[in-house]
Design a protein around this ligand. Structure first.
Ligand code: GLU
Length: 424
């Protein structure tokens, strides 16, 4: 697998992941053998799911599981359910997870899954059938020592509960021995605060960055692309520090308010109506305007390849905090760097989710219970500490935050390989 191959399929996520890895390997002087060992996924699986739905109809769905790397621990990463997810997307995302778990310092490797269907078209019963069908198909590749899935775009806590139930049901046991999946509801072995962890983690890195730049939080102008699980939590959290959310978007459209949006009311409105549009006191704007809104902090929390060479010049934010995975293309990244925009890279910025997944994993393994206070305190400590590690490395070596995070992430995996020994 190389950049040329991935360009043939025109894949944004994989291309970005390969580019970022190549650059890190060059900076770290990795020899070709070691580079290949770290770059190539351990396993890339394509599954054909054909569940029979309650109306008797058989449906055919493609699904993918990629275990990119397990040098530092079992592969970890979410299940993406979208109508166009590809094996290459899942590979790029799994690769990102390898660096993310390494940067945030949890004993996991990188993995990811994909189920190619639009979840918004599915009734709860049909979605459950498909999730159970995926679990059955992927069962051999899932386990506490192999690959531990979690929610990602299009999947949620309930889906994780169904995965866990499917595994224990088939073995006729009440609970599994160890943690097979994270992001479960608290009633079913989940850890308190997991759902909010990614969004809150994003804000811990933004707070640390603002402190470095002496930027006051009161009145800080923030624009959020993607008002879903990550974006809405991040927006509500930073608004609590006095920041103003000047623009926000979701899949249905975008809104702005001159004096800042009432994000708590907006989050409630989205929950009730399924759309960001139509809340009194907000003005509908073009979704493209959110990225280019006059602001101090931009949080792209929607999907991949949103900041491109076409719009990177028009971004006014001083800080870009990547809530989504791979929202910035390499060309755009270069433009932002040249313009002095500080990009907090995805593998650091949105790592709060997988960090709290690690807490859930240990809680379940030890049959313990963690309080929300303990989870939030550990999340805050870890995000802030790793932000500083990356920031200091960048300062010492004259690297952008992304390059510093990649150097840190990749070099820990290299250290893991050399510590384990190069064979087999
Ligand atoms: N899907 C999330 C991510 O991209 C969380 C992964 C996990 O908790 O395993 O980081």
């Amino acid at each position: 697998m190389n950049q040329q191959e991935s360009q043939k399929v025109g894949n944004g996520i994989l291309q970005t992941a390969l580019h970022n890895f190549d650059e890190a390997a060059r900076r770290l002087n990795l020899d070709e053998g070691l580079k290949g060992k770290i770059l190539e996924p351990k396993e890339r699986i394509e599954l054909s799911l054909s569940p029979t739905l309650s109306n008797g109809q058989v449906t055919n769905i493609k699904a993918f599981v990629v275990r990119h790397n397990d040098v530092l621990g079992p592969a970890k990463g979410g299940i993406r359910m979208t109508p166009d997810v590809t094996l290459d997307d899942v590979t790029g995302l799994a690769m990102e997870m390898t660096w993310k778990t390494s940067v945030i310092g949890v004993p996991f490797g990188g993995g990811k899954s994909g189920i190619r269907i639009d979840p918004s078209t599915l009734s709860p019963e049909v979605k459950e059938t498909i999730v159970r069908s995926f679990t059955r198909g992927a069962r051999r590749h899932i386990g506490p020592e192999i690959y531990v899935p979690a929610p990602d775009m299009g999947t949620n806590e309930l889906d994780m509960a169904r995965i866990r139930d499917c595994i224990s049901y088939s073995e006729a046991i009440s609970i599994t021995d160890g943690c097979y999946v994270t992001g479960k509801p608290v009633i079913f072995g989940g850890v308190a605060g997991r759902r909010e962890a990614t969004g809150k983690g994003v804000i811990h890195t933004v707070l640390a960055m603002c402190k470095k730049l002496d930027m006051p939080l009161e009145g800080l102008r923030v624009a959020v692309q993607g008002f879903g699980n990550v974006g809405s939590v991040a927006a509500c959290d930073i608004a609590g520090y006095g920041a103003k959310i000047v623009a926000a978007s979701d899949i249905t459209g975008a809104v702005a308010a001159p004096d800042g949006l009432d994000v708590v009311a907006l989050a409630k409105h989205v929950e009730e109506t399924g759309s960001i549009l139509g809340l009194a006191g907000t003005k509908e704007i073009d979704p493209g305007q959110v990225l280019e809104a006059e602001c101090d902090v931009l949080i792209p929390a929607a999907t991949q390849s949103q900041i491109t060479r076409e719009n990177a010049d028009r971004i006014t934010a001083r800080i870009v905090a990547e809530g989504a995975n791979a929202p910035t293309t390499p060309e755009a990244d270069e433009i932002l760097n040249q313009r002095g925009v500080l990009v907090i890279p995805d593998i650091l910025c949105n790592a709060g989710g997988v960090f709290v997944s690690y807490l859930e994993y240990t809680q379940e393994t030890q049959r313990e219970q963690m309080t929300i206070e303990a989870v939030e305190r550990r999340l805050a400590e870890r995000m802030t500490q790793r932000f500083h590690d990356v920031y200091d490395l960048g300062q010492r070596e004259g690297l952008s935050l992304r390059d510093a995070a990649m150097n840190l992430g990749v070099s820990r995996v290299v250290e893991g390989v050399l510590t384990r020994g190069l064979l087999p």
